[in-house]
Structures are given as structure tokens and as C-alpha cells.
Design a protein around this ligand. Structure first.
Ligand SMILES: C=C1C[C@]23C[C@@]1(O)CC[C@H]2[C@@]12CC[C@H](O)[C@@](C)(C(=O)O1)[C@H]2[C@@H]3C(=O)O
Ligand SMILES: O=C(O)CCC(=O)C(=O)O
Ligand SMILES: [Fe+2]
Length: 329
């Protein structure tokens, strides 16, 4: 056990550094320019609940523009950033994740983006005139994430042989959807140098929503849990997007798809900047296995619930809790 004599790090747990063999060498990769995607996506969602997307058509200029805006935001004086916090859950937050005692080595900006314009939000930074370039990059980025998420869910529907391609994607359409966007900044942690361990940046959890699209700079740190419980590191790729199956999609597929457990380990030397789009359905949406998917005699593994009920329960839980537990039949 390593003890780092520093009060700031007191409450944040250390994670053993991965061995070179713990890198996920064959991360499922979906090349959107290839026609074999639907089956490959379904296989990845069943086995990992996670895959990487290349040739996605989202402009790198746009991605870099938003990343640069995020870097500018996180470089502002602490007193300026604090004007947009503390997060409850939206706004600027530092080290505290959620409202139930979780902590990590990061700072972040968490935004509810369904209702436009985002600038009418209660977050001080977004109301500021000086943030107009941030707002326009954010708006453009969210627009392209909406397209990408729809494309992903349609490919999943094809792969699942659902007659209507929009069976899943329509759950994320319209102003009522519960869309969240998060910018995370994991500063380097020089105190860790020389130790064979990393600091928890974002503790292990599953995402409660239907699907999440993650993009990060070239600093590694993301790890996913395999079905046998082993943690593996995901090599970073700044040009790609990483897709996570969320809890709601696990339920919609009656457990065929796995909601992937993941976490982020902070780096000793380099800062990591990630941006994650979380696609949630309208609050009133019933979350239950799709009848079109159920085989004869197949029973639902879950109680019926609405997204609002699930979300309320999720936000009362700790990060690492198995949130679907109370909803199992
Ligand atoms: C500890 C928590 C943070 C979280 C809400 C929760 O109570 C449990 C789920 C967490 C999570 C994980 C995925 C997303 O980052 C997030 C925004 C979400 O919807 O669920 C976070 C929540 C958060 O940071 O507020
Ligand atoms: O920052 C990352 O790379 C992942 C963070 C994450 O899993 C989350 O915000 O839910
Ligand atoms: Fe996550």
C-alpha cells in the first residue's frame, strides 16, 4: 500500500498501474465507412458494451475547436471557474463527483444541453459574453453528436434485426430528451511519479443513460472492465469516438447488451481532457425490454420503470453502486 503524504490526495484512491499486457489490444473498432458495421456493433455491445468508432464524419476541426475552448475554460483562475459552481449536479465541479461523497482527481463542467439556447442556463460562464466562441463550438458539437448517436442506434437496430431502424434512435429525439454533456479535465499529478500506481480520476461506474459518446485528447487513462472482471486500459485515440452502452440500453435489450463498467486513472505527467455526450430519453419514457426483441417465452429481467424513476434512484447512489440491482426481477 502506497501512502502519499498530501492532504489533497487523502480521500482519492490509488489504482495499481496497468501492466503492459493489460492494454486492450483488440478493442472492437467500427469503421463507419465499411458496410459490415451492424453485426460488429452488436457483437461489441454484447461482449464489451463498448467500442471505438473511426471514419465517423465528424470534423476534427470542430472537435479541436471545442477541446481548445475547454482547455481555455479550465485554465481560467479558480475564482472565475468557481462562479459556475458548485455543481448541483450541473455546473463547474472540482474533485467532488455527484452529491453522495464520491471524489476524483479532476475538474469538470457538466451541462444539460437538451434545451437550447444553452446560454440561458444557470451557469455563469455560459451567460458571459466572452464565452460566445465556447457556446458556438458546443452547439455545433452537440448537433454532430446527435447525428452520430442516431446513426449508432440505427446500426444497432439493424444488427438486432429490428424491423424499424428508428426503434432505439427515436428514444433520443425531440426537445424532451434528457441530454447531458460533460467536459472533464484530469490535471497531471506529479506527486505520483516514481510510484507504480495512478490516482483515481473518475471512479468505476456505469453510465445510467442509453448511450454515451466519449472523445479524449491523446492522454490515456480510460479503463474498462471485461466480463470476467479484469480491468484493461483503452489506448487513447484523439481522432476516434468511444461508445459506451449505458444501463438503460442494457434493460431495453433485456441484458443482451452490457452496460460497461469503466473508470479513469489520472496520469502523473500529462493532463487528460475528455468530452462526453450522454443520450438519455424523455423523463416519462418507459424503460423495458423491447417486445420486438423478446423470444418466445422470454421473460423480462427487469421491473418496469420510467427514465425519471431510474434517474432519481441513480442520482441518490454512489458512483460504484450497481444501480440496476434494485430494478432486477
Ligand atoms: C455519484 C454520481 C455521479 C453521477 C450521479 C451519481 O449519483 C451516480 C451516476 C453518476 C453519473 C455517471 C455518468 C455521468 O458522468 C453522470 C453525469 C451521470 O449521469 O451519472 C454522472 C453523475 C454526476 O456526475 O452527477
Ligand atoms: O473522462 C473520461 O474519459 C470518462 C468519464 C466518464 O466516464 C464519465 O464522465 O461518465
Ligand atoms: Fe462514464
Amino acid at each position: 500500500m502506497v501512502v502519499l503524504a498530501n492532504p489533497v490526495l487523502d480521500q482519492i484512491s490509488l489504482i495499481k498501474s496497468p501492466d503492459p499486457g493489460d492494454y486492450l489490444s483488440s478493442i472492437p473498432t467500427i469503421d463507419l465507412s465499411s458496410s459490415s458495421s451492424p453485426d460488429a456493433i452488436v457483437r461489441a455491445c454484447k461482449e464489451f458494451g463498448f467500442f471505438k468508432v473511426t471514419n465517423h464524419g465528424v470534423s476534427m476541426d470542430l472537435v479541436e475547436k471545442l477541446e481548445a475552448e475547454a482547455v481555455k475554460f479550465f485554465a481560467m483562475p479558480q475564482s472565475e471557474k468557481d462562479k459556475s459552481g458548485p455543481s448541483n449536479p450541473f455546473g463547474y465541479g472540482s474533485k467532488k463527483i455527484g452529491m453522495n461523497g464520491d471524489v476524483g482527481w479532476l475538474e469538470y463542467l457538466l451541462l444539460a444541453t437538451s434545451a437550447e439556447p444553452f446560454c440561458e442556463s444557470s451557469i455563469a460562464f455560459l451567460r458571459d459574453r466572452s464565452s460566445s466562441s465556447f457556446r458556438s463550438a458546443l452547439y455545433e458539437y452537440i448537433t454532430s453528436m446527435r447525428k452520430l448517436v442516431c446513426q449508432m442506434l440505427e446500426l444497432m437496430a439493424d444488427g438486432l434485426q429490428l424491423k424499424q431502424r428508428d426503434t432505439l434512435s427515436k428514444l433520443l429525439q425531440g426537445n424532451e430528451c434528457d441530454e447531458i454533456f460533460r467536459l472533464n479535465h484530469y490535471p497531471p499529478c506529479p506527486l505520483l511519479q516514481g510510484f507504480n500506481c495512478g490516482l483515481t480520476g473518475f471512479g468505476e461506474h456505469t453510465d445510467p443513460q442509453i448511450i454515451s459518446i466519449l472523445r479524449s485528447n491523446n492522454t490515456s487513462g480510460l479503463q474498462i472492465a471485461l466480463s470476467d472482471g479484469r480491468w484493461v486500459s483503452v489506448p487513447s485515440d484523439r481522432e476516434a469516438f468511444f461508445i459506451n452502452v449505458g444501463d438503460a440500453l442494457q434493460v431495453l435489450t433485456n441484458g443482451r447488451f452490457r452496460s460497461v463498467k469503466h473508470r479513469v486513472v489520472a496520469n502523473g505527467l500529462k493532463s487528460r481532457v475528455s468530452m462526453i455526450y450522454f443520450g438519455g430519453p424523455p423523463l416519462a419514457q418507459r424503460i423495458a425490454p423491447l417486445p420486438q426483441l423478446m423470444e418466445e417465452g422470454e421473460q423480462s429481467l427487469y421491473k418496469d420503470f420510467t427514465w425519471e424513476e431510474y434517474k432519481r434512484a441513480a442520482y441518490k447512489s454512489r458512483l460504484a453502486d450497481y444501480r440496476l440491482g434494485p430494478f432486477h426481477l
